[in-house]
Each structure stands twice: as C-alpha cells, then as structure tokens.
Design a protein around this ligand. Structure first.
Ligand SMILES: [Zn+2]
Length: 871
C-alpha cells in the first residue's frame, strides 16, 4: 500500500520568495558518478532570516555563510532549511555531489550516450544543487566547467564564453557568463565530443550573431535544415513581431535521450535529436516541417518565456500558449496558411478535446497540481494557443502587436502572470474589456455551440440563434458563459459573401470583418436585407475553439465544400458530411453511403484549382478519435471497420481518377522541401493509400517502396503495406531494417508503424520487437515509438480480451521505475476509462488500482491514474 499521499500544490497558496539570489557562480567537476558541484550565491533577504532551498537526490558536502562554516540547517522532504541567517545581503556557499549516470529520469544533469546534458524545466535544477528553484527567482549565472579534454572537448553553458584553458591531468575548463538574469529552469550545461556546424545571422540593428548546431559526429549533413530554420525564425521574429536576438551566440545541441521535444535554455537550446536531424533519405516531410516549427518555437521563447517569464508554474500557458501561437503563425507565413490552420485544428481535436473531456481535464491555468511535469499538456499548449489566437481575432493584427509591444514595455526582465498579459493587451487597446474573456483561463472543458437558423423570405431576414454550454469537468460542475469571437459569412447562391447588417444590435463594429461576439448563454442575431436564403459559413477559421452543432443540411455542406471562401470551412464541411455517414454506418451496417457525399468528395478530387496539399487534407476522413468523441461508449473496432468501408468505397468509385493523380505525381522530379513539393508527395501518398484498397492495385505499395528515393514515399508505402497486410510487406520491413538499423531515429518509425497496425497480430509483434536490439527501454523516444504507439492504437489497446490494457499497465510499472515522465505519458492511454464498456472497465480498474496503491509508483503516475480512477 502507498504509505503517504503526495502533496498537492495550489495556485491560491502563492507567496513571494523570502530571499533573492542575485548572482550564482557555479563550478562543476564532471564525473560519471561523482560530479562535484560548488555553488557560491550572493543573496539578498526580502522577508525574514530563514531560507528554504530545494534539493533532490543531492549529497550535501558543506555549507558556508560569508566564508564561515555554517551548521544551522536541516534537510527534510527535499527542502534544505537554513535558519538564523544574516538580515543583510550575504554569501552562501554550498558543495554537493551528484550522480549523472544514475539519472535515468533525465531530469537535472544526466549522461546521454557519451555526453553530459541537462533538462531543468520545470524543477530539474534542484537535482543539480540546492537553490530557490522557482521561476520568480531571477539570478545572473556564471559557470565554470572542468572535465577531461579528450572525452569532452566541448564545454557549454548559457551566455557568452569568457574564459577557457588547459589544466593538469588532461583536463580543461571553460567559464560562461549569462548577463541576463534568469530562473534556474533556463539554466543549461553540456559537455561532450561533438561535431558542430556554424553560421552567422546579422540582426536588424547590424550585430553578428554566431549560430552553432552541435550533433553527434557523422550527423553534420543532417543538421542543415535545422540551421536554415533557425535563420528563418530569427528573421521572421524581427519582421512580424519586431523582436531581435540579444546575445552574441546561439547554440543548439541535439541529444538522443530527452524527455521533451526541445528546451529553450537561454542561448543554449537542448533538442531531442528528432527535432534537429533530417535528410531526405531519413526524414519524412512531417519531420522537416516539425523541425522548422520546433526550432522556431524554442527561438521565439527567447522573448516570450525568457525575457518575460512566468511567476509560478500555474502560469505555464503564459509562455507556452503564446509561443505556440507564434510558432503556428511562423509556419503559416512560411507554408500554406490554410493547411497549417487545418492541421493545427485536427491536432487540437484529436488530442486536446479528448483531454478536456476526460479525467485529466484542467483549465489552461490550472488551480492545483501534484507533479508539474504532468501539466505540459495539450491544454496548456494548444488550447492556450487558441486563447491567444482569440485575442488576435478580437483585436486584429495591429491591435495585437500593440498589445505585445506594451507587454514587453511593462514586463521585460520580470516574472509575471497571465493576468499581466491580459492587462497589457487591454491597455494597449483603449482598455478593451477582457473581464468575461478571462474565463478561458479558469474554466476547463470544450464549449458546445448549438446553432439554429431561420430565413424569413417576406421580411428578407435571416436569424441565427446560438446557444452555448460547457460540460461539467472534474471539480467544475457548472460553467459561466464565455466571451468568444465568432467569424461568419452568409453565402448567396453564387457562392459570394453577402454584405452583413444586423437588425437587432447596436454593436456593428466588427461586422465588416464578419466578427460576432458571443457572450450570453443564448444569443440571437437577425441579419437584415438578406435577399435569398443564404448558406451560413459558421465559425470560420475555427475562430472559437468549440464543438459546433448546427441545423445545416447535407446540401448546405456540399455547397460549402465547393464554394466557401474560407478554406477551413470547406474542409470542415467535408468532415461533417463524412462523420454523418460513418455514424449512419455504425447504426446500420447496410447503410447506403449518401450519393451527395460521394459526389462532393469526387468534385474535390477532380478540382484542378486547389493545390495538392489542401486537396489531400480535404479528402482525408475524420480520425477515429473524432468519431469516438461523439459516442458515449465507442466501439473502436466497429469505428475502424466503418471508416475502412467508407474509404474503400470512395477509392473504388474514383480509382481511375486516383490512378491518374498517382501517375502524374510519380514522374521524376528533384527533391525539394517546400510547400509545393511536400503537398505533391502528400497527395501521392494519399492516392497510394486509396489505390492499395483496390483489388487491381494491391502490388502498387511494394513497387513504390522499392523505387522510393526519399523517406516520405518509403514510409507512406510501408505503412499502407503494414495496415492492409499487402504483398511484399514482410520483405519491405526486413529491407528497411537492414538498411537503417544503426539509425535510431529511423528505427523509431519502423517500430511505430508496426505497433500502430489495427491487425490482431500486432500484440505478439510488439512483444517480439521489445526484444530487438534496436529497442531500449531507457530511451523515451523508443518507448514512445513502440509501446506508446501501441497504447495509442485504439483497436488493440481496447482489445476485447483485455490483453492490450493489461500489457500497457505492466509497461507503466516497468517504465516508471526508470523514467516517471515517460511512464506518465503512457498512463494517458487510460484517459478513456469512463467511456469503456463494462467488462474492459473492470479490467482497467483492477490494473490501475494496483498501480495507484503501490508505494513504488512515482507521483507523476499516481496523480494521473488516481484522477482516472475517480472519473
Ligand atoms: Zn515551449
């Protein structure tokens, strides 16, 4: 049995720190198992003479105050309490020891392969030395690193290199100083024998910044895309947000064992190698896109996160929601804006909506947590970005940028709250009233809009009635209405937008850009001078992140698919129609798919005026999760079969057109990484997936695989072969393995594609793959690729026998002993608990109860699974 319940932290309990650490001089004597850390801090008391420092898994060697040995301290529950300290500014020196090699949690300073590296957000620094490890303590850091010169020729930390040289016994040292005061979570240290590629960027004020990307030797050629992405990010932030880089050097280091995607440490970003390394032979287009986006994201943090940081971790969305919005806009400016928006919303619906409807639901600014690492969630990041996007929609680009200028003017160099962000946006825009809008920070759950429409031909009036409601979420049984920006258009029969005029409203201000403000539980908008029955294009560009239910007819959706001036809604109309048909098929297996939908799908396929990438996303069917979201107790196998049947029907109906698209896109062309070329590969892959379900084209995927000259085509064909169990599948998997078995990032794809197959043989296959030499339970990327993919495989995880969930429960226990963060991510597989059929729920309950009651369980896993059980 678990002996103690982990402590819950509450936002309401916030108190400012009692002391400020002004400067800290760190000295590291690096060693695999006995690294010595010497810390010398200049401290100013703010309130009292008792100081509490955080410290975890540290061996304390000595404490000195103002140069004298000090013994007035006790260490308890990961807090070092020093009492009777001077009431004036003083110096505190601490010597402690850490064991980087034993640090498989990858939190703090650890060894990854042959190198030392660190991850300190949110609370890793306390595993390096004793400190006020909270984001509202901003200190100037100076770091001296001492290590063996042969094994660790590169010694890196934040800021500028101010000194370096050789020492006795083959050792050397480097001293780094970061002039910008920062919280400890932005501190970084790297030591290793690496390869580096270099470039420079001239800022708009004419300063030269040295850019370096460090990778394992031999990977230099694969790091150019990351370097190009960095330069694009720096230029874009100057042009769109008028923000310039502030240090003389910017470094990115790629590591294979990393818990996150990447980390924005000041001047020294540390990246999961998956977000740095790419070549056409080893990376898919989505990897190239992901690298550009993540490099941008971490770079943009230099202002939104580092220069202005968070007061406490409840404010995480202050930096993450805002920076995700910024990286989304960066991607949209550099690629197809419509497709980027569609993909962002697809991602939100597939991962954040279910989170918000399940046991882990929390507002973008949570009120409490046990383990902060559990709150690096889709809600804080992606829904947080939607909230920032709503400010942007309400204020427009100019007003939003004025708000950003004000934000930096008021808060540069400070640790602030989301309320401060809202304040800046408001005062820069004539004291815009965000009081109701602020509910987005406090209320969890995805709001639902129910919309009814009415056309009065005699009066030439069109009435739109909008009802908003938000389902209950854990701890929040009732909700207040939100203020949401709602973009709409009314289309005439020629497909043109009508001029909008509201009859019953005084406030017409935003009508010229199609913006309505929804604030009350029920809103009625009466549009005047509407000369024919219009088709309403609702919530354009997904301006409000909600579930929309309307009385639009199938004919309306078909019309919108063909005519809407808003690309997002063209896509969305197709999804709505497909979803209706899948539902009907689930109810009645003899359901005849609607002719209207089949025709509309075909007209998108045959439309030569839309680009390839947009075509491919518009033709995609709703995900399994989209379908499940609308069902109380989803049967994933039935959903999979219904989707499959619909897909095959469409593919067979249009096999000639699909074959001609496939052939046209198969002519040899130079490999490029731009929106056009990536769109072509995407559509070709889509056509291949369709054709592979058609009897006469079953050999096509194997052929595509054999002649593939890039990883995108290779993975497209491999996944089709695995999913459809097509001829040539086993040979292809074997050839792929033989070719890439030494490249862990590529092997992650190989593991993932096999673990994702809905086929019943997948369970045994995964057991077998765990024994393969390319798999390693200590590396989070590999755990995610194999075990994580299986956990996300809805059909196999929910297998009728219960074997899928029993296996994942066992894996949670095993991984938890190595890396709690990695285990906690796996635990998310049980978020559907409330929606499981009774027999599976019984099995899940027994497994989860055993984990929650075990005293070996980490607080990460405990927090998630205890919430799951209580849901
Ligand atoms: Zn971030």
């Amino acid at each position: 049995m678990k002996t103690e319940t982990p402590v819950v932290k509450y936002l309401a309990d916030y108190k400012a720190p009692t002391h400020k650490i002004e400067t800290v001089d760190l000295e590291f004597h690096l060693d695999d198992t006995q690294t010595q850390v010497f810390s010398k801090m200049k401290i100013t008391p703010v309130n009292g003479n008792t100081l509490e420092l955080n410290g975890e898994e540290l061996k304390l060697k000595s404490v000195k105050v103002n140069g004298e040995e000090f013994s007035n301290y006790k260490e308890e529950n990961e807090i070092l309490t020093l009492t009777g300290l001077p009431s004036e500014a003083f110096t505190l020196e601490i010597h402690n020891e850490i064991n980087p090699k034993a640090n498989t949690a990858l939190d703090g300073l650890y060894k990854s392969g042959g190198m030392f590296c660190s991850q300190n957000e949110p609370e890793g620094f306390r595993r390096i030395t004793y400190f006020i490890d909270r984001p509202d303590n901003l200190s100037v850091f100076t770091t001296k690193i001492i290590a063996d010169k042969k094994d660790y020729p590169f010694l890196l930390s934040n800021g500028n290199l101010i000194e370096s040289g050789d020492l006795e016994d083959g050792k050397h040292f480097a001293v780094w100083n970061d002039p910008f005061a920062k919280p400890a979570y932005l501190y970084a240290l790297v030591a290793g024998d690496l390869a580096v590629i270099e470039d420079t960027f001239k800022t708009k004020s004419g300063r030269d910044v040295k850019l370096q990307v460090f990778v394992d030797k031999g990977n230099e050629e694969k790091s150019h895309h990351a370097m190009e992405s960095l330069k694009k990010s720096m230029k874009w932030d100057e042009e769109r947000f008028r923000l310039e880089y502030d240090l003389d050097i910017y470094m990115i280091v790629a590591v294979d064992s990393f818990n996150m995607g990447a980390m924005e440490n000041k001047g020294l970003n540390i990246f999961n190698s998956a977000y740095v390394l790419a070549s056409k032979e080893t990376a898919e287009d989505r990897n190239f896109f992901g690298i550009e986006s993540v490099v941008g994201h971490e770079y943009f943090h230099n202002w939104t996160g580092n220069r202005v940081t968070c007061r406490d971790w409840f404010q995480l969305t202050l930096k993450e929601g805002l920076t995700v919005f910024r990286d989304q806009e960066f991607s949209a400016d550099l690629n197809s804006r419509s497709v980027c928006r569609i993909n962002d919303v697809r991602n939100l619906k597939a991962a954040q909506f279910p989170e918000d409807a399940g046991p882990q639901s929390h507002p973008i600014q949570p009120k409490s947590y046990i383990e902060m690492n559990n709150f690096y969630t889709m809600t804080i990041y992606e829904k947080g970005a939607e909230v920032i996007r709503m400010y942007h929609t309400l204020l427009g680009e100019e007003g939003f940028q004025r708000g950003m200028d004000k934000y930096f003017e008021l808060y540069d160099g400070q640790a602030v709250t989301t309320a401060d962000f809202t304040h800046a946006m408001s005062v820069a825009n004539d004291n815009y009233d965000f009081s109701q809008f602020r509910r987005w920070y406090d209320q969890a759950g995805t709001p639902v809009l129910d919309i009814t429409t009415k056309y009065d031909e005699a009066a030439k009036e069109f009435t739109l009635t909008v009802n908003q409601s938000t389902p209950a979420t854990p701890g929040q049984p009732t909700k207040e209405p939100f203020h949401m920006p709602f973009l709409l258009g009314l289309l005439d029969s020629a497909g043109n937008d009508m001029t909008l005029a509201l009859k019953n409203r005084d406030d017409q201000n935003d009508l010229d850009r199609g913006l309505l403000h929804i604030k009350a539980d029920t809103e009625t908008f009466v549009f005047a001078n509407v000369n024919e029955r219009p088709v309403a294009s609702l919530n354009r560009n997904f301006s409000a992140p909600v579930v929309l239910r309307s009385d639009l007819t199938d004919e309306d959706f078909v019309f919108l698919m063909a005519n809407d001036n808003d690309d997002f809604n063209r896509y969305e109309a197709g999804q709505a129609l497909a979803l209706k048909n899948i539902h009907a098929m689930l109810k009645d297996e003899n359901h005849q798919v609607d002719e209207l939908f089949i025709k509309a799908w075909g007209s998108i396929l045959n439309d030569n005026n839309i680009d390839e990438e947009f075509k491919a996303v518009c033709l995609s069917l709703p995900s399994m999760i989209d379908v499940a979201a609308t069902i109380d107790i989803p049967n994933y196998r039935a959903i999979h079969e219904a989707k499959d049947k619909l897909f095959k029907l469409l593919a067979n109906t249009y096999k000639l057109e699909l074959a001609s698209i496939y052939n046209d896109l198969s002519t040899e062309r130079p490999f490029k990484v731009d929106a056009k070329a990536m769109g072509e590969r995407k559509l070709r892959g889509f056509a291949l997936a369709c054709l592979s379900t058609v009897e006469e084209h079953k050999e096509l995927a194997r052929e595509c695989f054999k002649y593939a000259t890039n990883m995108t085509d290779m993975m497209n064909s491999l996944s089709v072969m695995v999913n459809e169990n097509l001829p040539g599948c086993q040979e292809s998997l074997k050839e792929f393995y033989d070719k890439f078995k030494d490249q862990t990032l590529v092997m992650q794809k190989w593991l993932s594609v096999q673990a994702s197959s809905c086929d019943d043989t997948t369970f045994d296959k995964v057991q077998e793959l765990m024994k393969d030499e390319v798999f390693d339970m200590n590396v989070p990327n590999l755990v995610s690729a194999l075990i994580g993919s299986f956990a996300r495989n809805k059909v196999q995880f929910n297998h009728e026998s219960g074997r899928g969930m029993k296996f994942i429960a066992e894996m949670i226990r095993k991984v938890d002993a190595i890396n709690p963060q990695s285990a906690s991510r796996l635990a998310g597989a049980f978020n559907d608990y409330r929606k499981m059929p009774a027999d599976l729920k019984e099995i899940a309950k027994a497994e989860l109860t055993a984990i929650v009651e075990s005293d070996k369980t980490s607080k990460n896993v405990y927090e998630k699974l205890s919430k799951t059980l209580n849901s």
